[in-house]
Design a protein around this ligand. Structure first.
Ligand SMILES: [Zn+2]
Length: 387
């Protein structure tokens, strides 16, 4: 979890409720003390966002999963150090009628209150444009190292998916993808660092949210020799069962419908976290995949094959373990990039493995082997941290 220091003194969100109907919907969240808020709207899809200082969310299980009136669902969590956020998916264009904070009185807790009313799309979009021209603080851009290191060892960037307000997929007992993949990435980092052969950088080392474009930028700015994004998939309840790990590279057409579905889901991370995609700087936007360096693509595919070879005997693999699709996080034109889905949190055996020390250790070992084989095969001297 986010910073231990001072966590005890954070305001605590203790309850949340929805009231009203399609003509006027009210959201109320209780807090242990009064806080400031900033509310704004985002388009495509229609969302309402409330930014507040960092708080501890101690809400009933399933809070936000179902909606009422104009609100389909809402989620909440950390988006940056010092800042929490509540993101509402709304059913249609809405106007923020009121957004205010009530001080605690007579035994009633402090409250954040949001009133929404329907509006038309044009009015909604004008409002969004207005909000964006006003100087509101947005997510700070995550910082990689300021300058490239003089250390000649190759830099491996490990990218644990999701984080903070974006939990990723969830297991049957509340197990969250963001925790599983962070834990695994840290284990893999320790393993790689211990070998002494690589430098390793994580795109996030705690439970904060990092936008997709920033993940790519961190790897590029730091001069990464390899980016590996780490995830764990799930099939929606009632949509069959699937198991095993899969390895993905970038392509503009997905190898099959499952790969397309997965890329679309992983690419929604920014939408989930209430990032305004239009204002999100994207260093590689507009670079068509087929124009990206051929060499990068070929290195990515070669690394994927090494992974497949090493993981085969160790981790359970999906029946078609090697696929490609349009993942935004794999779009660096100059950093070979692979995304690994470690398994399905929706599958009982996979989840057991994902949570087991022994499986994590063996799988991290096989990935470390693949990295070693990859660098031994081609890259010596051509792709190091100084390129
Ligand atoms: Zn994911």
């Amino acid at each position: 979890m986010a910073p231990a220091a001072g966590a005890d003194s954070l305001p605590v969100a203790t309850d949340a409720r929805l009231g009203g109907d399609e003509s006027q919907t009210r959201f109320v969240m209780d807090f242990t003390r009064k806080i400031d808020l900033h509310a704004f709207t985002l388009a495509d899809p229609y969302r309402v966002v409330i930014d507040i200082p960092q708080v501890a969310f101690q809400l009933p299980a399933k809070a936000g999963e179902s909606g009422r009136g104009l609100i389909k669902a809402f989620r909440f969590g950390l988006v940056m150090q010092g800042g929490s956020r509540i993101v509402f998916d709304v059913t249609k264009p809405v106007r923020i009628d009121k957004a205010f904070v009530v001080d605690a009185t007579d035994g009633a807790p402090a409250r954040v209150v949001l009133d929404l009313a329907p509006t038309d799309r044009d009015t909604f979009l004008r409002r969004v444009a207005n909000d964006n021209s006003a100087s509101r603080p947005d997510l700070p851009r995550a910082d990689g190292p300021q300058s490239k290191s003089s250390d000649p060892r190759p830099l491996i960037v490990l990218d644990p998916g999701h984080g903070g307000i974006d939990t990723g997929t969830k297991g049957p007992h509340g197990e969250e993808e963001k925790d599983i993949v962070l834990n695994f990435a840290q284990r893999l980092r320790d393993r790689l660092e211990k070998s002494g052969k690589y430098r390793v950088l994580l795109t996030r080392a705690d439970d904060t949210f990092v936008p997709l474009a920033d993940r790519v930028r961190i790897a590029r700015d730091a001069g990464a020799a390899l980016l590996m994004s780490i995830h764990a998939d799930a099939l929606p309840h009632g949509e069959g069962d699937a198991q095993g790990a899969s390895i993905y590279t970038l392509s503009d057409t997905a190898t099959d419908s499952e790969a397309a579905r997965l890329a679309e889901k992983e690419n929604r991370s920014d939408v989930v976290a209430g990032v305004d995609l239009k204002s999100e700087p994207d260093d590689v936007a507009g670079i068509l995949i087929d124009l990206a360096e051929r060499e990068t693509k070929s290195f990515s595919v070669q690394f994927a094959h090494k992974l497949l070879g090493e993981m085969k005997g160790v981790a359970r693999l999906h029946k078609t373990p090697l696929k490609s699709a349009g993942f935004r996080v794999l779009r660096a034109p100059d950093v070979p990039s692979v995304l690994v889905e470690l398994g399905y949190v929706s599958n009982r055996e996979d989840l057991q493995l994902l949570l087991s020390d022994n499986w994590q250790e063996r799988t991290a070992g096989s990935i470390a082997q693949a990295i070693e084989a990859y660098f031994a095969a081609h890259v010596a001297g051509t792709r190091t941290g100084t390129n």
